[in-house]
Design a protein. Structure first.
Lengths: 114, 111
């Protein structure tokens, strides 16, 4: 029972380089999310998806792109990394129920941009 | 604007010393209030969902309660393995995708 799996776990980039973070979930959840977590700040939503083939911007989308080609996968791309994107990135998924549905998180990708 | 504030930022307890963590929230219609536990280097782990004022949930040494303005996470006779950061989040009626997180309470339980 893997839940939400993120790869890679760690990555160091130089300014201007690009990379893709991969998220996979095996719970058949419709909704998937990308968050970043920085010291002293709560988890902030970057982008989210309400289903295969659809994505939308969250609170802090600038500098990131996403794709949801398959229901179980959600990719986060950085086209030209900046030091301000140094952070821990978490993927999450949930059912879209009418009452509150909890998020289920992966274990994160720690990204450093030098 | 939806908002979540957690207090204290950090808490040190002796093993067996019970205490409470606070989560104050402002939201336009509450779908759910969530408590998570986060260990260093890991993602948040879901603990509880509370839906309406007066509701309580329990799990081992943890008990979560909810009023119209705040939630408490009570820790009874904590053990060192309860040391973690505890996060609170709310989901309002403004959108099923929107979760607002607090900055967490770092709990350290000393043996």
């Amino acid at each position: 029972n893997a839940g939400v799996t993120q790869t890679p776990k760690f990555r160091v980039l130089k300014t201007g380089q690009s990379m893709t973070l991969l998220c996979a979930q095996d719970m058949n959840h419709e909704y998937m999310y990308w968050y970043r977590q920085d010291p002293g700040m709560g988890l902030r939503l970057i982008h989210y998806s309400v289903g295969e083939g659809t994505t939308a911007k969250g609170e802090v989308p600038d500098g990131y792109n996403v794709s949801r080609l398959k229901k179980q996968n959600f990719l986060l791309g950085l086209e030209s990394a900046a030091p301000s994107q140094t952070s821990v990135y978490f993927c999450a998924s949930s059912f879209p129920t009418g009452t509150g549905a909890p998020l289920h998180f992966g274990n994160g990708t720690r990204l450093t941009v030098t | 604007e939806d908002q979540v504030t957690q207090s204290p930022e950090a808490l040190r307890l002796q093993e067996g010393e019970s205490s409470s963590l606070n989560c104050s929230y402002t939201v336009s219609g509450l779908r759910g209030l969530f408590w998570y536990r986060q260990d260093p280097g890991k993602g948040p782990e879901f603990l509880f969902t509370l839906y309406s004022a007066g509701e309580e949930k329990e799990k081992e040494r943890l008990k979560a309660t909810l009023t119209k303005k705040e939630s408490f996470l009570h820790i009874t006779a904590p053990k060192p393995e309860d040391s973690a950061t505890y996060l609170c989040a709310v989901q309002g009626t403004s959108g099923t995708y929107k979760y607002i997180f607090g900055t967490g309470t770092r709990l350290k339980v000393l043996a």
